[in-house]
Design a protein around this ligand. Structure first.
Ligand code: MIC
Ligand code: SF4
Length: 643
């Protein structure tokens, strides 16, 4: 039987398991990436493994999230990352060099290779034909040490593109359209392969916009074929030797096929506060805009920026709008400067920010209170911008500029003139901001510099026979990791300081949670469906673990988050009967009985000591996951020789 692209790469990297959807498989990982907000933890974990040098083909540590440096914390963390990377064989991309996914695409990504990154948007690499997954820091640490990466073998979806995008309609609109069709849960358990005649007209950065936003579908990853477009991109980056062609077999089987006709696609917009709350831009009338932000790993390529510059040329940003532009990488910024496009951007009144995540993660540029902010980013979760009542909409760069110029949400297809962009035949290559690791002879004696912000890794507890714990929090559906462990300029600097970070856990839902959880001793969280969607941040598991959470019972979980819970030693259970969710209240005392037996049989009996009712929850764990939990988390398991 024919294979899909992902099935071919999985088969070539399979360490164990069989490729039947739903069963656990282990994959050999060729490349890893980390960013600073999750990287400090990942390298602290890697150090505890006692492996002198990474065993991957390539590992890169990026600094792109915490670049504001309002105190010593971030600067200390950057120094730790630089020195720990140099010592252990990891390339280091300096702050200001750009957003990890954009730089990785430009300089390191290779079709056919496997990549995991401690950031949920690592699937951006699928734009260049990589099999790229977002993962928790601990999984990345294990992969750096040469260990396999475990996932559930996904189903295969295909999106078939026909036609050609109209002027002012772009790759972002394709992503938003798929989110409208599938929702933030629609890709769960699937790899989305993009194909059809329409893909020939999409450049690698446009394809990367689409695979980047596949994360918001809950998909395991997304991937494009590697074709002539890929070869040309790699050649323009001086890396033609990295090219290999990759395509699915004509008789490959897909569990679902979705057709999108690019000819009829209109500019789309995701309304507050979910990326799947999508409507056509033309349907929103008279919505006044306060702020527009262009950039992020979704839309910060040279092509995006050249379009933005062309639309801004000779025009002025509306007086009521504050416009920020963050180019995705130093390469993009220097090329904008060289061709004069940067001058067009500056002359319009836009504010040019550093090549970093910036406003996307609430690192500055928060909107005014109640402000309407249009962003070319991938997430508009409540409070993520740093302004709790901010109204964040997700749009394409074209819609962003059209709206910045009028001051109202504006369909860009009503703009005058064409925005035909001539892409250069070759990119400017200057890797001076990427530091190579130390040679092996020097690495052994090199010192790793740690600042006072780096605190000890929290210790998790192994499970015994039973557990009695209070349900300290009950939440609804689609709880994101931004709810569980918020980010933003005030909190992000403490990503390597779990005790301090813990004060903000669930701040958006219930500021009293940290205190109540600590007081309860052992605790349980009750969640709705798609619990833990969004980011890969393992802090959303480590911090609750630090606060005493031993178990989360939810209707369903997001893929990376459930792996992070298990890695942190927290038991994830799902309701066998959805009505049991309604009957469980905050502050009920629950007793989980015969945990080892329940893990093995897949059903755990829970006695609600407050109501006297007994329920049965599903405990769907592989043998390896059961062992990890029995040891009290992945680090203990690895130390005890587990693979
Ligand atoms: C995000 O977009 O939410 C982040 C910040 O990039 C996260 C990682 C993190 O929390 O550090 C992600 O997407 O994984
Ligand atoms: Fe950075 Fe935003 Fe991309 Fe996350 S989604 S990696 S915060 S730019």
């Amino acid at each position: 039987m024919g294979k899909t692209i992902a099935e071919k790469i999985i088969a070539a990297h399979l360490v164990s398991g069989d490729m039947t959807p739903g069963s656990e498989i282990a994959l050999r990982i060729d490349q890893t990436l980390t960013q600073d907000a999750t990287g400090t933890m990942a390298y602290l974990e890697f150090e505890t493994m006692g492996i002198p040098r990474v065993k991957t083909e390539l590992s890169v540590a990026y600094v792109d999230h915490n670049t504001l440096q309002c105190g010593f914390e971030n600067a200390d963390d950057h120094r730790y990352l630089q020195t720990v990377a140099a010592k252990h064989g990891v390339y280091f991309s300096r702050p200001g060099n750009g957003i990890c996914h954009q730089v990785h695409l430009e300089r390191f990504g290779k079709p056919g290779k496997s990549l995991i990154g401690s950031d949920s948007h690592t699937p951006t690499g699928g734009g260049i034909g990589m099999l790229a997954f977002g993962a928790g820091g601990m999984d990345v640490a294990v992969a750096m040490g040469g260990g396999a990466y475990y996932i559930t073998m996904p189903k295969m979806f295909k999106v078939n593109l026909t036609g050609k995008l109209k002027p002012y309609v772009s790759a972002k609109d394709v992503s938003l359209e798929l989110l409208r069709i599938l929702s933030v849960k629609g890709g769960v358990g699937a790899i989305v392969e993009w194909g059809g005649p329409g893909i020939a007209g999409l450049s690698v950065p446009e394809r990367a916009t689409i695979t980047n936003m596949g994360t918001e579908l809950g998909a395991t990853t997304s991937i494009f074929p590697s074709d002539e477009v890929t070869r040309q991109f790699l050649a323009a980056q001086g890396r033609e030797a990295d090219y290999i062609p990759l395509a699915s077999d004509p008789d490959a089987k897909y569990d679902r096929i979705i057709d999108i006709d690019l000819d009829t696609l209109e500019p789309m917009i995701a309304c507050p506060h979910s990326p799947d709350n999508v409507v056509a831009v033309s349907s929103l009338k008279n919505v006044k805009v306060d702020q527009v932000c262009i950039g992020s790993c979704t839309n910060s390529s040279l092509m995006d920026m050249l379009k933005v510059a062309a639309m801004l040329k000779g025009k002025t940003v509306a007086p009521g709008v504050s416009l920020s532009i963050s180019p995705g990488s130093r390469q993009v910024l220097s090329m904008l400067a060289d061709c004069g496009a940067l001058t067009d951007i500056l002359a319009s009144g836009a504010r040019v920010l550093e090549c970093a995540c910036g406003p996307c993660i609430g690192m500055g540029f928060s909107p005014n209170s109640g402000g309407v902010s249009l962003r070319t980013f991938n997430r508009n979760f409540l409070g993520r911008s740093g302004t709790k009542d901010g109204q964040v909409y997700l749009v394409s760069p074209e819609t962003a500029v059209a709206s910045a110029l009028t001051g109202y949400i504006t369909d860009p297809t009503t703009s005058e003139g064409s925005i035909y962009i001539q892409m250069p035949a070759s990119f400017q290559i200057n890797d001076s901001a990427v530091l190579a690791p130390l040679p092996i002879e020097e690495a052994a004696s090199a010192e790793v510099l740690r600042g006072p912000n780096i605190k000890e890794f929290p210790k998790s507890k192994p499970f015994s026979d039973s557990l009695t714990a209070k349900s300290v929090l009950k939440v609804g559906d689609n709880i994101t990791t931004d709810h569980i462990m918020p980010a933003g300029a005030k909190i992000l600097p403490y990503r390597s300081n779990i005790p301090h970070l813990s004060k903000f856990c669930f701040e958006v839902c219930d500021p009293s949670f940290p205190e109540r959880a600590k007081e309860a001793g052992d605790g349980i969280i009750v969640g709705g469906s798609n619990y833990g969607q969004g980011s890969s941040r393992e802090h959303a598991a480590l911090v609750p673990m630090y606060l005493g959470i031993r178990c989360v019972i939810a209707k369903s979980f997001a893929r990376i988050h459930i792996a992070n819970l298990i890695n942190a030693g927290i038991l994830p259970l799902t309701f066998a009967d959805p009505a049991d969710y309604d009957a469980l209240e905050q502050d009920h005392v629950l007793k989980l009985t015969d945990i080892p037996g329940g893990m093995a049989s897949g059903k755990i009996t829970i006695i609600n000591e407050t109501t006297g009712k007994t329920i049965v929850a599903n405990c769907d764990l592989s043998d390896r996951q059961q062992k990890i939990l029995t040891c009290g988390g992945l680090l203990n398991y690895t130390k005890e020789g587990g693979q």
